[in-house]
Design a binder for this molecule. Structure first.
Ligand SMILES: Nc1ncnc2c1ncn2[C@@H]1O[C@H](COP(=O)(O)OP(=O)(O)OP(=O)(O)O)[C@@H](O)[C@H]1O
Ligand SMILES: [Mg+2]
Length: 581
């Protein structure tokens, strides 16, 4: 018989539990919960590491007004064992900050600022240092040059217990180098040239960042170069203050403890966006305490009163000056460069606001034909499928697709209305870039955007506008194909009709042939016009949840590019030849 003591759990008292009581650092937490940083799955982990290094390089270069030149190299060291080198020409990190930047979780220059950047948490690169260390036992090697003094090289690890960086072998090097180079080894990861692999990640990064040059060497030694197609750095991002409509009580209390203001009045005026004298007076009237009091003494219930008053008072909409869209021209160039489509329509919408306080902006492009769409192996050989390129602040989002507001918006559109009968099987690339000073990611892995109503609605509107344009082109193409087919059928019978008519009328065969061909072309043209009219009428009758913009406004958009198709060229050629005759 089994010993009863071994089966029954021991009853533990509070005193015994107290002995087990321990504090943990955030580094220990994330070491145990790597999946929260997107560091799970062999392929995903490798791509995420590249993503962390590359987003940091782009952010740093943009802030320093430098045209980014980034190099990424992946070497295979063994089974599921790789070394990654990522190098940029950015501002670099000083001797004092380099350790904390890459070796301490929740430390950085972005978390505390409302600024449009790719990173926002202060975990990305330190998470990579920790992953490297915990899978290989090896340090991350770093070279940093700031342009002042000699560059330094060092080896970095993290002390997880204290979430603190540990630097070894720090030395100055006799090289002329400005920027940051990181080299780290990882085990339990896998390189794949797939839709979620590093190469695709970098291809998309290049599309959304046409001012960046990206070089990539894959584990087989194959080299890829994504050249820049824009020669200017986007305007450096600027930090904005929180808008009152987006403020929470918790945020109000935290901010009040760090402000340099001496009264609640001046705290609100200094630390919040759009806090004019009139709005401040209106808030003062609504609260029960003295607004001249020291903000450091602000109580939770008083902060609640302020936030309640904010909801009731009118404020000017948040300023959108801090938003940095890619821009229609740059997206156009970029997609022409990389996707080389037959038809392209690009649109950067006006800034909007979500949750009352966070400005955001949506950019959408639809590309058709050329290299648009994903190529997959199907039953009839290589087939094209819809490709949705999601971006948040110009960073590609490759994972958590189904959970993302962008995907939800794409699938909520009835594409048939735009004559795109089977969008999933169309040679179409849809690019959506969502930008904001605060992206509502669904998790710390930053791969999906939360489906806030305002966000989904705005993306839908942008998709509808561009979808309508693409639809017109696609239906035009279909009509043209049908017309060419009909023309061939009619032409087939012309010699026979010519023969018969010649016998009846005695007119020359050449004249009859010419007249009949002209009749066919005129008739087909009429068919086409009729169909276009019907199409217009159909589009005009649509009613969606998000109403479409007036067509007039759409016509104004210039960022539409059409390449003459082979068939069109042929028809034109024929017309010209006939005209010459
Ligand atoms: N290549 C780089 N050049 C200059 N500074 C860098 C570079 N990489 C990282 N940093 C600095 O290190 C800090 C920490 O980077 P980390 O990736 O850990 O966090 P983050 O980018 O702020 O936010 P997130 O966790 O969302 O990526 C950054 O905020 C930045 O100040
Ligand atoms: Mg980062």
């Amino acid at each position: 018989m089994a010993d009863k003591k071994n089966i029954e759990p021991a009853i533990v008292g509070a005193e015994q539990l107290a002995k087990e009581f321990k504090e943990h650092s955030v580094a220990e937490f994330f070491k145990k919960n790597k999946q929260m940083l997107g560091l799970y799955g062999k392929v995903r982990t490798l791509t995420t590491v590249i993503h962390e290094y590359v987003t940091n390089s782009l952010d740093a270069c943009e802030e320093a007004n430098i045209l980014p030149e980034i190099e990424v190299k992946i070497e295979e060291l063994g089974t599921e064992y790789y070394e990654i080198t990522a190098k940029d020409n950015g501002p670099g990190l000083t001797k004092e900050t380099v350790g904390k930047a890459l070796g301490q979780l929740l430390a950085g220059t972005k978390f505390h600022r409302m600024i449009q950047s790719r990173g926002q948490q202060g975990i990305g690169s330190a998470g990579c240092t920790m992953l490297s260390q915990s899978t290989t036992g090896k340090p991350t090697k770093i070279i940093t040059g700031t342009g002042k003094g000699k560059p330094i090289s060092l080896e970095l690890t993290i002390d997880p217990k204290h979430n603190a960086p540990k630097i070894a072998n720090l030395k100055e090097i006799d090289k002329n180098f400005r920027g940051l180079a990181v080299r780290a080894k990882f085990k339990g990861v896998l390189y794949r040239d797939s839709e979620q692999g590093p190469l695709e990640y970098l291809r998309r990064t290049a599309i959304a960042n046409p001012h960046a040059q990206i070089k990539f060497t894959d584990p087989t030694g194959q080299k890829f170069l994504f050249k820049k197609s824009a020669a200017k750095v986007p305007k450096p991002p600027i930090a904005v203050r929180p808008h009152p409509k987006g403020a929470t009580v918790d945020e109000m209390v935290s901010l009040s403890k760090y402000t340099s203001a001496r009264s609640v009045n001046s705290f609100l005026r200094n630390d919040f966006d759009r806090m004019g004298q009139k709005s401040l007076e209106a808030v003062t009237k609504k609260v029960s305490f003295d607004m001249k009091k020291d903000p450091k003494q602000l109580r939770w219930d008083e902060a609640e009163e302020i936030v309640k008053a904010f909801k009731e008072v009118d404020f000017i909409a948040p300023s959108s000056d801090a938003l940095r869209p890619i821009g229609e021209e740059r997206i156009t160039k970029s997609l022409q460069n990389i996707v080389d489509p037959e038809f392209l329509h690009v649109m950067t919408r006006k800034p909007q606001v979500y949750k009352g306080g966070f400005p955001f902006q949506v950019e959408v492009a639809i590309a058709y034909g050329g290299k648009s769409g994903r190529t997959v192996a199907g039953p009839t050989g290589q087939e094209k499928r819809l490709e949705v390129m999601r971006f948040a602040n110009r960073s590609p989002l490759l994972f958590d697709t189904g959970n993302c507001a962008i995907t939800k918006a794409v699938h909520s559109i009835d594409w048939k209305r735009y004559d795109i009968k089977d969008i999933d099987h169309a040679p179409v690339t849809v690019l959506i870039n969502f930008i904001s000073v605060y992206i509502p990611y669904t998790g710390a892995g930053k791969q999906a955007i939360a489906d806030e109503d305002e966000v989904i609605e705005e993306i839908r509107l942008a998709l509808m506008q561009t979808g309508r344009k693409a639809g017109r082109y696609i239906s035009g193409k279909r009509r043209e194909a049908e017309r060419l087919m009909k023309r061939e059928i009619f032409y087939k019978y012309i010699p026979e009709i010519v023969g018969a008519l010649n016998q009846i009328t005695n007119d020359s065969k050449e004249t009859l042939d010419k007249k009949l061909r002209k009749m066919v072309l005129t008739k087909l043209k009429l068919d086409d016009a009729k169909e276009a009219e019907e199409e217009e009428a159909k589009n005009g009758n649509e009613n969606g949840k998000a109403k479409e913009e007036k067509p007039k406004k759409e016509e104004k958009s210039k960022k539409e590019v059409k390449k003459p198709t082979k068939e069109k060229k042929k028809v034109k050629g024929e017309k010209n030849a006939k005209a010459k005759k």
